[in-house]
Every structure is written in C-alpha cells, then in structure tokens.
Design a protein around this ligand. Sequence first.
Ligand code: AMP
Ligand code: ZN
Length: 494
Amino acid sequence: MAFRLFNTMSSRVEEFRPLIGKEVRMYACGPTVYDYGHIGNFRTFIAVDLLRRFLRQSGYKIRHVMNITDVDDKIIRNAARDGVSVQQYTAKYEKAFLEDAAMIDIEQPTLVRATEHIPEMAEFVTRLVERDIAYRTEDGSYYFRIAKFPQYGKLSKKDFSGMVDGARVDVDEYEKDSARDFALWKAPKPGEASWDSPIGPGRPGWHLECSVMSMKELGESFDLHAGGEDLVFPHHENEIAQSESLTGKPFAHFWFHARFLLVEGEKMSKSLGNFFTLRDLVLKGHKPSSLRYLLTSVPYRNQLNFTFDGLKQAAVSVERLRNFRLRLASGAFPAGTSSEMQSLARETADRMRAALEDDLNTAQAQAAIFEMIRRANAAFDSGAIRKDDIPPLLAVLGKFDEIFAVLHDDDAPRMKQVLEWAKAEGRDKDVTEKLQEAVQSGQLSDADIEKKVGEMEAARRARNFKVSDTLRTELVTAGIVVENTKDGVRWRRK
Ligand code: AMP
Ligand code: ZN
C-alpha cells in the first residue's frame, strides 16, 4: 500500500510521493523564541517528528528544515522591557526549546534563523517591488499587494473577492477573515531594534522569513510544508502568495497541519490557568516519555484534549511497553518456535504499517502493539512462547519505537536537567517531591538495582529479614518500586 496523507490544499487524503526520487524535502514552521515552549507547540512538533520518522522508516531520505523566528513584535518588545539585546533575549529561549525538543525525543531538523537571512530577504522584497507586487510606504516599510495574486485564499478556502486594494495590516496579530496587504518588511519605530539592509533599516515580516528560507534550503518547489492549524491563515496563505507570485511555480506540494491541542476541554490560555510548558509538567514530576506518548496517542488531525488523567494513563502505557520488552529480553524460554507467535509478530508489523500509511493513524498503530502485548503475555503465562519467537517480537517493538520513541528509559537524567534548571532560575519552590523522587530513581543504574533486588531476595529466602528490609528501604528511598508478582519480584522506577 501507499502512504496516504491529508493535504490541506486539496482538502483530501492523497497518496504522498516526493516530487523527485526518494528524497523528501520538508519545511516546518518553528517556534517564535520569546518564551518557553508549551505543550500545544509540542503537539505540532511531535506530529511533524512522527511524519519524518515514518517517512524514513518507509525508505525515504529526509531533508527537513525548520525556522527559528528570532525577531517579531513581541520579541522586540520583551527584549526592550528586559534591557537586553534581541540576540541575548532569543538565545535563551532557543536553547530552552532545543533542550525541550531533545527531552521528548524530537529529532532535530536543520535549523535556520530569520536574523541570519536579512540580505536574502531584502533581495526577495526588491524582486517583488520590481514586479510591482510589493510597494514601499512613506515610513520605509514594504507591503505585499494582495490584489496581484488572484489565487489568494486557495489554501484557507476563504473568499476574498471583495478585497480592497491597498488596505493594510502592519501588526503580527491579524484579523481572522480579512484580506489586507501584509507587511514584508517593517521600518523601525523610534528606539526599536532594527537591521540595516539594501532596502533600508528595519526587520523582516514573519511570512517573508519562511518563504525565503524554505526556498533557499529546499528549492522553489518542495514536497511538504507543516505547522499547526492556526498557521493556515494568514501565515501559510501569505507564504504561498509571496512565493508563487515571484516564481510562478507551485510552492509546497503538500500542506500538513496539526489540530490545536485543548487542555481539560478548553483552549489553553494563561488567564484560564490551564497553560503548561513542558517544563511545568516535569516540575510536577511527570516523565517526558509520558507526554510524548500522550501527544502521539491521538492522530494529528483529531482533537486531542490534554488532561492529567490522560497523562497518567500514558505513563502506564509506556510502563507496559517497557515491562513487556524486559520480559522478552530477560525470560528463559524452551527452544523452538510457535507458529502462533510468529504470525502474531508478522500481523502486528503489517497492522502498524497499514495504520500509519492511513494518514498517520497513530492510535491504531498503538492499538496493534497493545494487542500483540496482550496475546504474547497470555502465551507467556501458558508457556506457549518459544525461544525463537523472541527476535521477531522484539523486532516489532523496535519498529514501533523507531516512530514512537518511548521504550528507552532516559526519563530520570532528563528530569534532573529540569531540576537543575529550576534551581539555577531560582524556582526551587516549583520543584515537587515527585520530581525529586523521579530524579533519585535515576541515580541507580539498572544493573545496580538488579543486584540489590537479588540480594534482597536472597536475604529474604535465608529469613534474614533485617537485611532484606534494609535493602528494600534503600530501593524505595531511591525511587524504585519493588513488587511481588507470580513470576517473582519485579521492580520499576517511580
Ligand atoms: P509559535 O511559537 O507560536 O510560532 O508556534 C509554534 C508552532 O506551534 C506552530 O506550528 C503553531 O501552529 C503550533 N501551536 C501553537 N499553539 C498550539 C496548540 N495549542 N496546539 C497545537 N499546536 C500549536
Ligand atoms: Zn512559517
């Protein structure tokens, strides 16, 4: 089967194929680095990460570019408020963004920064002015003349037939439904940070930045352009207008948009008190892997409602996956194969692939792996699983993890970084006991824990309860949960 993906431009699910050979050239709108990233941002970035990983698993080479918006009205305002340069201000949040992305296993695309492409952007504006598609206003700003692009509205399916030639908007916050000539380049207001350029001093508009950098890195026509659904209009509509009116060629072939994340059923906002950054969740003691799992558990075009219950359930799911792998890797099995387990592995791999090929249906892919775990666990318990069934079952888990990336247990060291950051920022009061416990549990390696659990069991069998109790206490203090199961003693990190 072929990979089918929804294309916002055609409003249909279409077969996805790169324009050239086996290489996918994709561009994702990145963060505006004026604050810490929130979980809504990361829903979109994880959706793109999943797409990238699945394309690679499907045999494609990936050229994936993402911009860092390191200049806009808010950044200029906040930097001035804090008395620092724009560069100093954004460097801090760019670093935080990259740390956060790594913490939830987002593979890093090639990064491009707006402020590093000022000459290219000035040149782009000059070419638009030469064709009378852009014009200069008295203050030295430049605007895009929407009336020159009759297809304006084709992505967002808005009808702009009543457009007023020359009506302008010069802020980054747009009205939802109005077509206005938008700023390509903004002249500085007195005292505002600005850059010198051949078209005069000023700063680039947000839309211009993405058109220029995507085409520079990927060519005038490339395969896919991605972002959250709020970017369809005006951002992506404006990128198309600028790019296509200059090149006369289709800009991006596929438009990929992730649905907005809700929190406890509402739009996330600081005033509602339901606004969370990734770091807020880690401070509360939640694992990065739980969030990654939760954010992938609903297909990217469906409504995902973030709740703390959901986050806890996601942690349980990740734990089940990890335990299952541990069980496969550490169990002793009779020689041979069982045809049932062999076909279970094959069927699961097929079901997972079919789900992801169906517009990245992550929920179905996860359902397939949990069905496998359920049936394999039953086979474990009845002794029906054989030694040579283990490699194919592990291989399916491996394929799953190439996309979902939650099986390796790196949570504790990552949470420790957040703990250290909070202390450095003077936010000690936000560090919870749960976070401290989780960090503690990472101080012991798996091998250390195995050894202590073994010693504890040996002491208990020898009825040396004083020693076994001391060891148990040591483990619990280090954040390790020790449980007695019918297979013997099992442990896990809190
Ligand atoms: P920004 O830093 O605001 O430019 O946003 C970075 C990315 O996050 C963009 O692709 C946005 O569309 C996306 N985004 C922002 N808020 C949400 C949300 N609540 N849910 C999903 N994606 C979002
Ligand atoms: Zn963009």
